[in-house]
Ligand binder design. Sequence first.
Ligand SMILES: *[C@@H]1O[C@H](CO)[C@@H](O)[C@H](O)[C@H]1NC(C)=O
Ligand SMILES: *[C@@H]1O[C@H](CO)[C@@H](O)[C@H](O)[C@H]1NC(C)=O
Ligand SMILES: *[C@@H]1O[C@H](CO)[C@@H](O)[C@H](O)[C@H]1NC(C)=O
Length: 357
Amino acid sequence: MGKIRWLILVTCLSLFAFSDGRELKVWRKSKLPEYNHTLATILVQYASSVYLSDLTELITWTCCRCDGLTKGFEIIELVVDVEHCLQAFVGVAEDPHAIIIAFRGTNEHSLQNWVEDLYWKQHDINYPGMDDAMVHRGFYSAYHNTTIRPAILDAVERAKKFYGDIQIIVTGHSMGGAMAAFCALDLTVNQHEKSVQVMTFGQPRVGNSAFASLYSKRVPNTIRVTHDHDIVPHLPPYYSYLPQKTYRHFPREVWLYNIGLGSLIYSVEKICDGSGEDPDCSRSVSGNSISDHLEYYGVRLGSDEPMSCKIVMDAHVLNLSSRDSRGNIILSRDPATPLLKMSTTKFDNQKNPISVD
Ligand SMILES: *[C@@H]1O[C@H](CO)[C@@H](O)[C@H](O)[C@H]1NC(C)=O
Ligand SMILES: *[C@@H]1O[C@H](CO)[C@@H](O)[C@H](O)[C@H]1NC(C)=O
Ligand SMILES: *[C@@H]1O[C@H](CO)[C@@H](O)[C@H](O)[C@H]1NC(C)=O
């Protein structure tokens, strides 16, 4: 007999004192963001679809992960940094009515190595313009030092010209969550955007405690979802006895886990405290699972081509794209051009696979 699965939502708000008083002051001042379950189940679909390799299906929003709650989404920019195996898109959604920016995470094929590197090898750099704030060089560079950033900023500007000053929501899974955090901070600090919201899934730590408090002041509307024993939110490691030196998460975590009561399994969503490192959330268990990393809210997060960074697009879409001298691809759509018009073109028999790496 199969197990009966029940879904209950348990909302526990616990704001309890954290040992380092100086840091807590900062977080007390900024209002903690509200967690919206419905919004989370919508955003996780964007974080999932950005992994897909068929750029034609993505730009026309006809991919297998592009239905349901994300219906009506219009991509206006798709960028593939072929050199570094990175992918992101910018588009405009109906519900929530917002500009959505999504970043994909590490290729599954190299996930094991990536996790080991996160454990053992850290190369930190100073976050520009902020004394004491150190961040992970690899995550910082993936957003700031590739084709990703200029493409995203350009698309946000075009979207705002067409749709006005609507809200911006940034999302991503795994390393894509780390990139989402850098993007949101960039939009707030350098582009002076007022309404930036972030929700990430299974993201690693990105910087030290000075960075975490800078981040939470500038982008307070951030939810960091973790799932059960997912290993990645435990990395790079946090050492509570080295509070100033160690990597440290920013708030606010929402921890998804299951509790079994006899033959019943309950899914719990625990809303964590404002410290970023709530000892009663994912830190209360050992981070030892890759499979918990690859699924959030029942949605698979990972690529459909786990063995490579392959991408596929047909001749028509290839025509919309521009490539730089290093082969990186940017697909831009004018928001004024209706998607329907594009998707009536016959695509199927002229797929033009481009393999990378
Ligand atoms: C939660 O998000 C959904 C989807 O955007 C929205 O329709 C709903 O109004 C939100 N609920 C609250 C309480 O903000
Ligand atoms: C940015 O990329 C260049 C060339 O790949 C490299 O020399 C430089 O060190 C990188 N900067 C950072 C901050 O990683
Ligand atoms: C690509 O663009 C060129 C010139 O803009 C046009 O002649 C050609 O028909 C286009 N090809 C496709 C498959 O749309």
